[in-house]
Design a protein. Structure first.
Length: 220
């Protein structure tokens, strides 16, 4: 899981909110839920075939593909879908896991790009299950969280205000999550050669990468 700051800059955020201001057609979000998720999903989504939805999805995909950290971490081959989700007072999304395939595309990573500032709404945190427990996340407008699509997660009910996010799914060029993590660590190590990172820190990163590879390749 990785939080990436400033994926959507002020110009893009303004363009997205301007697009949403013109009576954008939001519909019941339950239409896209399957199985048990349908009973715990209480939100609204921008109608997927509408002009505003296509415009916003295009803007966000372009920014995600252009962002070097997103590229290094996710290595996206295809975007399954990008949709705008809205939660108003009383709306939330119970614990669920995303589908393994959406619109015919394998989902390796999920992402949430925050379009509202944390001050715009009360409640509404994205809660992600980790090995050590549940992590509650509310990022600044323009920040994006990437996490494995197999992760159990939920959205706390909004008690006041309006929560706007863009959510989507990525099929990566590297299917295996551990292999993606190793490549991301290597990219960080290479970048540190140009950033003047201390020799000790670089050595620690390389030792960590070697340990990951040993665990994958060595016999018991």
């Amino acid at each position: 899981m990785l939080a990436v700051a400033g994926v959507l800059d002020r110009h893009i955020l303004d363009a997205i909110h301007e697009t949403l201001a013109d009576d954008a057609p939001f519909i019941d979000g339950g239409y896209s839920a399957r199985g048990g998720a349908r009973s715990v999903k209480h939100n609204e989504q921008l109608a997927p075939d509408s002009a505003p939805s296509r415009a916003i999805a295009g803007m966000i995909e372009q920014r995600l593909r252009a962002h070097p950290v997103v590229q290094a971490y996710a290595r996206p081959r295809h975007f399954a879908r990008i949709q705008v989700s809205r939660h108003r007072a009383g709306m939330g999304y119970g614990l669920h896991v995303d589908d393994a395939r959406i619109d015919g595309v394998r989902t390796d990573l999920s992402f949430t790009c925050f379009l509202s500032t944390p001050e715009d709404y009360q409640g509404g945190a994205l809660c992600v299950q980790e090995h050590g427990g549940e992590r509650s996340i509310k990022l600044a407008a323009g920040d994006c969280l990437l996490y494995p699509a197999s992760t159990l997660h939920r959205v706390e009910p909004v008690s006041d205000g309006e929560r706007l996010v863009a959510v989507g799914w990525i099929a990566s060029e590297v299917r295996d999550a551990e292999e993606r993590a190793i490549l991301y660590a290597l990219d960080q190590a290479l970048a540190s050669l140009h950033d003047g990172v201390a020799r000790e820190q670089l050595a620690l990163t390389l030792h960590h990468i070697r340990g990951q590879l040993q665990r994958r390749w060595m016999d018991p």
